[in-house]
Ligand binder design. Structure first.
Ligand code: PLP
Length: 435
């Protein structure tokens, strides 16, 4: 293993300060059997740790850094805005500039609210759905992550028909009960939930391409059926594009697949690396939000001008011609290379990719598709852990879990991708020999 004495010392110190030594649990790297390294700086497609090792970065801040680290236009926009003050609690014009830009990108969004995290966006979207419909229950899908609000930290019990059980200590059962869960890509299970609880379901919330169980795209027939059954029961569709928005297509997956949700949640990229997110809907639905309506939602730092400047600069760069084609080309190159590395090694696995999001799943049978959480075998995380450690040793930083997407940025070069493929070829061959 690479010697990381400075990171090791920093981690020991941090453990006495933060639970697990981190400010968000995935960063502790527990599921891959490694200690995290501490980052000193990032530049373009690379990050450097405290001990001076450099890594090609596929974490990209868990999604936001689609331009790579330290893009000069973003830094310039931020410092110019910063020079006039950091936060006011009074409206600024730049908020409307960003808002109008987002509205112009999303046909389903007439008006929106800026908030400070994806969790806030989904929480507010659900409150809006409940307030507008006067209903209590929501439906989510197993393996989809929508932030850490009580309502959303629920996964399936033993079957799709069972009512939710809390996924976290501290979530009251009474709240968990209002969250119904179905497997992703399983229309009969969703139809059964509606048949049993249809009159009390306010909304269905989903990731249009799941990133939070690894990359799992939706089946078109499931998507069509999900919209149909939800509408038929008078419930709202909430499309959580916190990860996919402005990453997989200009606007989001709703544009590339051509559907119109009732409420859209955005985050990650729209903050350009700063804490910012948003939720939006038709003008009529948004009229339920205070002070126009009775659904309350607020935030001291909502629409913070420095965050808005970072987001606006990022979206402007992304709106230039060719950006999504470039992200797709980089993704295709990486996907094909990892696929070839798998085949050469004889290790079983499957590569699932949409644009610049990708996951290598260690399934039991080569090429077996992952369509829902249950398709990922219990043996996969340990294999992914070995792969992760081997890649890190060779200078590639992957997200530290089998259940995460790898993110590619516009700062990644073909040479970065090829170096990643070479590393994966070596690591997979090593894993095959160790079997
Ligand atoms: C990251 C994420 C969230 C939560 O966003 P935070 O800013 O971490 O609160 C919600 N939904 C999806 C799909 C996400 O990927």
């Amino acid at each position: 293993m690479k010697a990381n004495p400075l990171s090791a010392a920093a981690f020991e110190k941090a453990k006495g300060i933060f639970p697990g030594g981190v400010n968000s649990p995935a960063r502790a790297c527990l599921s891959v059997g490694a200690d995290p390294f501490f980052v000193r700086r990032g530049h373009g497609s690379k990050v450097e740790d405290l001990d001076g090792h450099t890594y090609i970065d596929y974490v990209c801040g868990f999604g936001p850094m689609v331009l790579g680290h330290g893009h000069p236009d973003v830094l310039k926009a931020m410092s110019e805005t910063m020079a006039d003050g950091l936060t006011f609690g009074v409206p600024t014009e730049i908020e409307s500039q960003l808002g109008a830009f987002i509205v112009s990108a999303l046909p389903a969004v007439d008006r929106l609210r800026l908030v400070s995290s994806g969790t806030e966006a989904t929480m507010a979207a659900l409150r809006l759905a409940r307030g507008a419909t006067g209903r209590n229950c929501i439906v989510k899908f197993e393996g989809c992550y929508h932030g850490h609000a009580d309502l959303l930290l629920v996964k399936a019990g033993s079957g799709a028909m069972t009512l939710g059980t809390p996924d976290s200590a501290g979530v009251p059962a009474a709240i968990a009960k209002t969250t119904l869960v179905a497997p992703f890509n399983d229309l009969p299970a969703l139809e059964a939930l509606f048949a049993a609880n249809g009159d009390d379901i306010a909304a269905v919330i989903f990731e249009p391409v799941v990133g939070n169980m690894g990359v799992v795209p939706p089946d078109q027939a499931w998507l069509d059926g999900m919209f149909a059954v939800t509408k038929a029961h008078g419930a709202l569709v909430i499309c959580d594009e916190v990860m996919t928005g402005f990453r997989l297509a200009w606007g989001g997956v709703q544009n590339s697949l051509g559907f119109k949700p009732d409420i859209t949640c955005l985050g990650k990229i729209i903050g350009g690396g700063m804490p910012m997110a948003a939720y939006g809907a038709s003008s009529a639905l948004m009229a339920h939000i205070a002070p126009e309506g009775a659904v309350y939602q607020a935030g001291t730092n909502s629409g913070n001008p420095v965050c808005v400047a970072a987001g606006l600069a990022t979206l402007k760069l992304l709106s230039e011609p060719g950006t999504y084609e470039r992200l797709e080309a980089l993704g295709a190159r990486l996907g094909a290379g990892i696929q070839a590395a798998l085949a050469a090694s004889g290790m079983a696995g499957t590569v699932q990719r949409v644009g610049s999001m990708m996951t290598l799943f260690f399934v039991d049978k080569a090429g077996a598709p992952v369509r829902c959480l249950d398709d990922i075998p219990a043996t996969a995380p340990a294999k992914f852990g070995a792969f992760f450690r081997g890649m890190r040793e060779r200078g590639v930083m992957l997200p530290p879990s089998q259940y995460e997407a790898w993110f590619i940025s516009l700062a990644h070069s073909d040479a970065d991708i090829d170096a990643t493929i070479a590393a994966a070829t070596a690591v997979l061959a090593e894993m095959a020999r160790a079997k």
